[in-house]
Design a protein around this ligand. Sequence first.
Ligand SMILES: [Ca+2]
Length: 154
Amino acid sequence: MKKILIAMTALLLSTHAMTEEADAAEVAPSGQSTLEITITNIENAKGIIHVSLQNSPDGWLSTDEDVKTFRDVSQEITSTDDIVIVIDNLPEDGYAISLFHDLDGDLELDTNFIGYPKEPFGFSAPMGMTGPPKFDKAVVEVAGEKTSVEIKLN
Ligand SMILES: [Ca+2]
């Protein structure tokens, strides 16, 4: 009986030692990046700029209320200076960025009768010939410590 106990203890000790070794060798994966968005051409010193990140083509610019954006950030505007919005703790991935300047603060991008925006807007790519850029065009690869992009309001 005593022999068995010693053998078991030895086994437990060796298992424990192995686990500790594995822990020590493991490098903490960061996978957390920062995206820095500089917004230029702000013409109205009022309202709020709403920024949305989308990491899937399906949800890109969807008007379906069930579709969630990956991350939303809002920034109050009090001057026409360029602003920098910093979004951190982002998993490394590709994100398409859409934003608009909500001048009247109703949380919506106001449009005219043909659906064209009446409030300034921007994407992480130039406008396409027939409308907003496709997800693939607008996608920004966020990787490493920090990724910076500049978006000009239209
Ligand atoms: Ca609005």
